[in-house]
Design a protein around this ligand. Structure first.
Ligand SMILES: NC(=O)c1ccc[n+]([C@@H]2O[C@H](COP(=O)([O-])OP(=O)(O)OC[C@H]3O[C@@H](n4cnc5c(N)ncnc54)[C@H](O)[C@@H]3O)[C@@H](O)[C@H]2O)c1
Length: 339
């Protein structure tokens, strides 16, 4: 007799359930989507999928499907459920960033937010920069009692960069360049100048400008760690549109050049390339050609990570634990890049 399905059951439990599996696959097929898309989220609970979908998947509808599946399998919804499988847990290294000021962009959401939270809880003073004030307010609220300096700043503008530097107050032990935007998966011949400029401005030029402003502080201190967020899109041409892919490849060049130039000054510069991550980033595909070309590859994603998974990689590279690592490009993608 199978265990009852609920919103706290994982996607894998639903798919492997004798009645729930066919129901879930049927719903996807009715919506013109391939059940293969669920492979990368097998470990998520249904309630996490509801949260991630931003309203596209309704909790009520899933409750109804669970009741239908349980009835078809003859299982009481109150029957005992197996204990959940052990999951990865973030383990805080107490005091790893004590005495350090760490600037983090894109700190209001997703990977930046998870990194800001981790660094603050490990004792760092976090200069948390984002363009969105409401997100910064929520972050500061969540990290009440920790040292967080929220800065509303657009990294593409010189006044934004200046505001971040002012908040750093003459000290920058580490910098995580996380803020970034996507490009709706548009192939080259459909990219207009505005999209090109916006994506390059945020993903590359903003990172360049802020790093240029922060480096003198690190050079004077003869130490520093910079982590630039690139993407799986820096490792292949088949995950995103042309502007995003070009910007993320360029981030690797910026990282390697700076690592080479400033290594002798005690400054390490590394890059992290996340695969798929469950964040608030815009994931839409506005181009038919882009969608048709990219969707088959996206279905091969081994797993979608939580922002905290990527923050663990970023925090390692920001910290002294990565003392001997400079100029590295670290895929944090569940192994996607070796497929
Ligand atoms: N989510 C993924 O699947 C994924 C995969 C690979 C790489 N990445 C990269 O990770 C980084 C973070 O993405 P995320 O998924 O956490 O996205 P997100 O949208 O959840 O967070 C990005 C944050 O950056 C902020 N931001 C955007 N433009 C800014 C600007 N001009 N100045 C200051 N802040 C700005 C946004 O307000 C937002 O809070 C990006 O560089 C993205 O390209 C994400």
């Amino acid at each position: 007799m199978p265990a009852p399905l609920t919103l706290e059951s994982t996607v894998a439990e639903w798919l492997d359930h004798p009645a729930g599996g066919p129901i879930l696959r049927g719903v996807l097929e009715d919506n013109g989507q391939s059940p293969a898309l669920l492979t990368a989220v097998r470990h998520f609970t249904m309630s996490r999928l509801v949260e991630m979908s931003g309203g596209r998947i309704g909790a009520d509808e899933l409750e109804r499907l669970a009741a239908e599946a349980n009835a078809a399998a003859g299982v009481s919804p109150d029957a005992p459920r197996p204990a959940p499988a052990p999951r990865w847990q973030e383990r805080i290294t107490q005091g790893r960033f004590a005495g350090s000021t760490v600037i983090i962009t894109g700190a209001g959401s997703g990977i930046g937010r998870a990194t800001a939270s981790r660094v603050a809880r490990e004792g760092g003073r976090v200069v948390a920069a984002d363009i969105a004030q409401d997100r910064l307010d929520a972050l500061a609220n969540e990290l009440d009692g920790h040292e967080v300096v929220p800065v509303r700043a657009d990294i593409t503008r010189e006044d934004g960069v200046a505001a971040i530097l002012a908040a750093a107050d003459g000290r920058a032990d580490a910098l995580a360049n996380v803020a970034g935007i996507t490009d709706s998966a548009v192939p080259l011949h459909e990219v207009d100048d505005e999209l090109w400029q916006r994506v390059l401005d945020v993903n590359l030029t903003g990172m360049f400008r802020l790093t240029r402003a922060v480096l003198p502080l690190m050079m004077a201190a003869e130490r520093g760690s910079i982590v630039n967020i690139t993407s799986e899109a820096a490792l292949r041409g088949s995950t995103s549109g042309t502007a995003y892919t070009a910007s993320k490849h360029a981030v690797v060049g910026l990282t390697r050049s700076a690592a080479f130039m400033y290594g002798p000054s005690g400054i390490r510069v590394n890059a992290v390339a996340p695969g798929g991550v469950a964040t608030g980033i815009e994931g839409g595909m506005s181009s038919t050609m882009g969608r048709e070309r990219l969707e088959p590859l996206l279905a091969t994603l081994p797993t979608i990570a939580e922002p905290e998974h990527i923050a663990a990689s970023v925090a390692f590279l920001l910290s002294d634990d990565s003392v001997n690592i400079n100029g590295a490009l670290l895929p944090s993608d569940g192994g996607w890049s070796v497929q």
